[in-house]
Design a protein around this ligand. Structure first.
Ligand SMILES: *Cc1c(COP(=O)(O)O)cnc(C)c1O
Length: 325
């Protein structure tokens, strides 16, 4: 069966690299594990994170959180629909607009998302007064606020506004608030004045800016069958590969249903070419090896598709077996 290996030593190394940028203060570190921990396996990665000492994670919504809800004290839900929200002692609802307060209930833990220019989610500065008023009226547990940067190029501009928001909020609320803004690239650019971080990709060994990190995931497929084909014979759907010589080929158990992107003529690790079209559950290579490594560096593989490592990772079918090494 196709499988993924997770390199624990590299994973811990990357977490330590992230922490170095926030004075090793793990309490100010929010580990993003959304989308099946970027395809690495939520259950496996959350167990490693716990072993490392992480107690604050962020996920997409309560559906994702169900699997780990008793493991972490703080689980920030970034994209939870307010009308479906069922609160839990460990959940922190990310407030993406004032409308969310139509559904919040007494004692709910919340953090405010602040829109500082990305215009995806969050409150505007002129909505903060109203937000604080409602928080007090509804007796919500207001823990902090955060913003998100649209790219490394926009950080300085957004940060200026972010600081104004933070000052306003803390000046108008008695308890100490936790403010965080930096994703992986902002952390490694050292643009995190708040000495807090919200890292996703970096824990898995990649970053959009220079960072000394190590890949965590390798993807392997195993051989289903082999055959020798003759010159002029074809392989696969729509006859997209035709042999120019006699060759020994094998079929491996990974296809686009497992998350491989459907594209012809791609190369996997060691420059081995996939012959013809990828099938739903398999592909063919000129090889007789019992197993092939698809990639041990997702960045190299992503280049084959002109896409990002984010996309390569999150497409991977969550049923692919994970082995911690
Ligand atoms: C996904 C996400 C992150 C993590 O971003 P990386 O670039 O993977 O570090 C941080 N904050 C928010 C709000 C996100 O949605």
């Amino acid at each position: 069966m196709a499988y993924i290996t997770i390199n624990k030593e590299n994973y811990f190394y990357n977490l330590n690299e992230c922490l170095k940028h926030i004075n090793n203060n793990i309490d100010n570190f929010v580990l993003i594990l959304k989308d099946n921990a970027y395809g690495h396996g939520l259950l496996q990665i959350s167990n490693l994170a716990l072993e490392f000492g992480i107690n604050f994670i962020a996920l997409k919504n309560q559906n994702e959180a169900e699997e780990v809800k008793n493991k972490f004290k703080n689980i920030l839900l970034l994209s939870q629909l307010a009308q479906d929200y069922e609160s839990n002692e460990n959940y922190i609802l990310g407030i993406n607009s004032l409308d969310y307060f139509n559904y919040t209930k007494k004692n709910d833990k919340i953090m405010l998302k602040l829109n500082t220019g990305m215009n995806r989610n969050g409150l505007q500065i002129n909505e903060l007064k109203q937000a604080i008023k409602i928080i007090k009226e509804q007796k919500l547990r207001f823990l902090g606020a955060y913003t998100h940067f649209s790219s490394p190029n926009n950080i300085d501009k957004q940060k200026k506004l972010y600081k104004e928001y933070c000052t306003y909020l803390q000046d108008n609320y008695d308890e100490k608030l936790f403010f965080h803004s930096s994703n992986s690239s902002a952390v490694f650019l050292n643009k995190n004045d708040d000495l807090a971080a919200r890292c996703g990709l970096a824990q898995f060994g990649f970053c959009d800016v220079e960072a000394n990190l190590k890949p965590v995931m390798s993807l392997y497929a195993q051989k289903l069958s082999s055959r020798t084909i003759q010159k002029d014979e074809i392989i696969g759907y729509d006859e997209r590969f035709k042999a120019t010589k006699s060759m020994l080929v094998s079929t491996y158990d990974l296809g686009y249903a497992d998350g491989l992107i459907y594209k012809e003529n791609i190369k996997i690790k060691n420059n081995i070419k996939i012959l013809g079209k990828i099938s739903m559950d398999s592909f063919v290579c000129e090889s007789n090896q019992n197993e092939l490594c698809i990639f041990d560096n997702a960045y190299e593989f992503a280049k084959e598709f002109n896409t990002t490592v984010y996309e390569i990772f999150v497409r991977l079918n969550q049923n692919i077996k994970k082995i911690i090494i």
